[in-house]
Write a protein that binds this ligand. Sequence first.
Ligand code: F0G
Length: 317
Amino acid sequence: MGPKLGLNRLFFKVEGQNPTGSFKDRGMTVAVTRAVESGAKVLVCASTGNTSASLAAYASRAGLRSAVVLPSGKVAAGKLTQAVAHGARLVRVEDNFDRALQITSKAVAISKSLYLMNSINPYRIEGQKTVAFEIFEQLGNRVPDYVVLPVGNAGNISAVWKGFSDLKKLGATKTVPRLVGVQAEGASPMVEAYRQGRAPRPWTAPETVASAIRIGTPVSWKKAMAALRGSKGEALSVSDVEIVSARRSLSASEGIFVENASATPIAALGKLKGIPKAATVVCITTGHGLKEPIPEDWSDTSPPTAKDERELVRLLA
Ligand code: F0G
């Protein structure tokens, strides 16, 4: 895929390989450990799906109860299955993620037994930043020139920036990568705000096939803005058609299967102008493809049947 795009050093950081199939596990293991220490009883989050899957898994291992608040109808089937399998209590909100997070935060504020596990929890960010350390290590103790990643509630871009900034502070590197934050066109308040040089306005009806990042009011927008500015980065939006097509090319040409949101960096690569051929570019693919069904038109719904080996040879050739 790299050479086709005129990039000789294109890498994918495949976060779908984490225990619950998304980057969320990095921060969740730290935040759950901290919650155990502090004596928390019920761990809660609002989620578009991956955070809830991760929270449910780590809470179950820690012997704590978990409860997840989900926007109705928009959570990918695989993620819902995970939350159920790990024994989380599920609550629906007849609205989008932004509203779900708003009332979850308020509920936590008025209850003594609930402990908030969304990425506003600073321990989540501390764990999540390890992806920057791993990228550095895996490139032979060098930082890449660009890191391209999806942006939803903007916790991840904040964490990645913290990781690379820490490496610089520690003297491990003199340079930091440019961060390229990618949103879906129908849910791109950060892209709009970064271009216009102001705070994001709330998008009240975000809509995209990338359900994980169907978010109109990114909670960590200030940190994300600092990450984009501090890294001399870029914010780009991609259409749903581009996302789905990037998801398909990545699985067909690289053997890496991702969910829709995680294909946004790939969709953005073709739109990034002026990247030198020799630049080291890392796309973070945030979640596994098995979490989210593929479009119906990708699959042959009625494959031919083989009655014997002769027919099989004919069909397979
Ligand atoms: N990619 C995937 C697969 C995600 O699930 C998310 C966020 C993001 C990217 C964006 O990360 O929000 O830190 O900017 N998922 C959250 C959730 C919102 O509830 O699982 P972000």
